[in-house]
Design a protein around this ligand. Structure first.
Ligand code: SAM
Ligand code: DTB
Ligand code: SF4
Length: 343
C-alpha cells in the first residue's frame, strides 16, 4: 500500500529562470498537433524540471455567495439569465465559512478557495470576505478567493488581509470569448489580473474547454496566459460541467484526448506553474485523470462539491491517489514557518 505523506512545493512561476513569454501561435498550435506520446513526454519532462511528479496540491472550494449573478457567462448555473433551478443565497456568515474550512483541512486540503457569484464585490461585502480570509489563514490553510472583477484598491485590501491567491479566469481565447460572455470584456479580465498581480497576490487564471471552441481557441487561451508578463502561479483547466438550462447545457462532449492535450500544452508553455485539473473530474474515468497527471496536472479540487456542482467523493479520490501513488502537497506554512509569519 502506498504511504500518503504530505510534501511541499517550492516552485514559483513568477521568478523561475528560463520561462518564455514570447510564444508564437504557430508553435502552440504545433504542440497541440504533435503525436500524443511525443506531447506527453515533452510535458512530463518540462514538469519534472520544477516539480516532483508524484505530488499533487489539493484545494477545496466553497460557494460563499451563490446564484443570482448579473453576468451572462454561457456555462454558468449561477447566472440570473438562466433558469437552472439553483437556489440563490446571500453571503454566508464568517463563522459558518470557518467551520467548513476546518472540515476541509481535516479532509486533507492545503488551500481553501471561496467563490462568490458577483460581477465585482461591493465594499461592505469585501469587509466580510477579508474576515474570512484572515480566519482561514489563521488555520494554516492557504487562501484563495474568486469574487469577479477587482480594482486596484480592492486587490490591495485583500493582499493586506493575507490573501495568497486570486482566481480570475480568461475562460477562452479572445476570439471565441464573445460567443460565451457579453456582459464583460476580455480586457476587463486582463485589467483585474493586472490589479491582482500589482498587489502582489499570486494569480490563479485559466479557462474552460469543451464549450464548442476549436483547437485554435484552446491554443489562443494558452497563448494569452503564457505571454502575460508573468505566468499565473496556478492555471486551472476546467472541463465544462454541462448544466441543464444554461446556454451550454447541451454542448457536445469534448474528445477526452483533446482535454489531456490541453493540460500538456499548458504545462509545456508554463512549466513552473501548477496546472489544475479543475472542474469536470466527476465525469472523467480514473484512466483519463491518470493521463492528465502524466501530462503535468499537479493540482485538483477535493471534496464532494465544486461551487454548485458535484466533485468526486473523498473515498473515490483516496482510492485513485493510492493506485497512482499520489502524495498531497502541504501548505508551505504547515511545513515550515514562513519568514513573514509574524506580519
Ligand atoms: N463570479 C466570479 C467570476 O466569474 O469571476 C467567480 C466565480 S466563477 C463561478 C469562477 C469560474 O468558475 C469561472 O470563471 C469559470 O471558469 C468556472 N466555471 C463556472 N461554471 C462552470 C462550469 N459549468 N463548468 C466549468 N467551469 C465553470
Ligand atoms: C476554477 O477555475 N474552477 C472552479 C474555481 N475556479 C472557482 C469553479 C468550477 C465551477 C464549476 C461549476 C460549479 O460547481 O458551479
Ligand atoms: Fe457570475 Fe462568475 Fe457565473 Fe459569470 S462565472 S455568471 S460572473 S458567477
Amino acid at each position: 500500500m502506498t504511504e500518503i505523506t504530505a510534501t511541499t512545493s517550492t516552485a514559483s512561476a513568477a521568478g523561475a529562470p528560463g520561462l518564455r513569454h514570447d510564444w508564437r501561435r504557430e508553435e502552440v498550435e504545433a504542440l497541440f498537433r504533435k503525436p500524443f506520446a511525443d506531447l506527453i513526454f515533452e510535458a512530463q519532462t518540462a514538469h519534472r524540471r520544477f516539480f516532483d511528479a508524484n505530488d499533487v496540491q489539493m484545494s477545496t472550494l466553497l460557494s460563499i455567495k451563490t446564484g443570482g449573478c448579473p453576468e451572462d457567462c454561457g456555462y454558468c448555473p449561477q447566472s440570473s439569465k438562466f433558469d437552472t433551478g439553483l437556489k440563490a443565497s446571500k453571503l454566508m456568515a464568517v463563522g459558518a465559512v470557518l467551520e467548513e474550512a476546518k472540515r476541509a483541512k481535516e479532509a486533507g486540503a492545503s488551500r481553501y478557495c471561496m467563490g462568490a457569484a458577483w460581477r465585482s464585490p461591493k465594499d461592505h461585502d469585501l469587509d466580510q470576505v477579508i474576515e474570512m480570509v484572515r480566519g482561514v489563514k489563521s488555520m494554516g490553510l492557504e487562501t484563495c478567493v474568486t469574487l469577479g472583477m477587482l480594482n486596484a484598491v480592492q486587490a490591495q485590501r485583500l493582499k493586506d488581509a493575507g490573501l495568497d491567491y486570486y482566481n480570475h479566469n480568461l475562460d477562452t481565447s479572445p476570439e471565441f470569448y464573445s460567443e460565451i460572455i457579453t456582459t464583460r470584456t476580455y480586457q476587463d479580465r486582463l485589467d483585474t489580473l493586472a490589479n491582482v498581480r500589482d498587489a502582489g497576490i499570486n494569480v490563479c487564471c485559466g479557462g474552460i474547454v469543451g464549450m464548442g471552441e476549436d483547437l485554435d481557441d484552446r491554443a489562443g487561451l494558452l497563448l494569452t496566459l503564457a505571454n502575460l508578463p508573468e505566468h499565473p502561479e496556478s492555471v486551472p483547466i476546467n472541463l465544462l460541467v454541462k448544466v441543464e438550462g444554461t446556454q451550454l447545457g447541451n454542448e457536445a462532449d469534448l474528445d477526452p484526448i483533446d482535454f489531456v492535450r490541453t493540460i500538456a500544452v499548458a504545462k509545456i508553455l508554463m512549466p513552473a506553474s501548477m496546472v489544475r485539473l479543475s472542474a469536470g473530474r466527476e465525469h472523467m474515468s480514473d484512466e483519463m485523470q491518470a493521463l492528465c497527471f502524466l501530462a503535468g496536472a499537479n493540482s485538483i479540487f477535493i471534496g464532494p462539491k465544486l461551487l454548485t456542482t458535484e466533485n468526486p467523493a473523498q473515498e473515490k479520490d483516496r482510492r485513485l491517489f493510492e493506485r497512482l501513488g499520489i502524495r498531497p502537497m502541504a501548505a508551505p506554512c504547515e511545513a515550515a514557518p514562513r519568514a513573514d509569519a509574524a506580519e
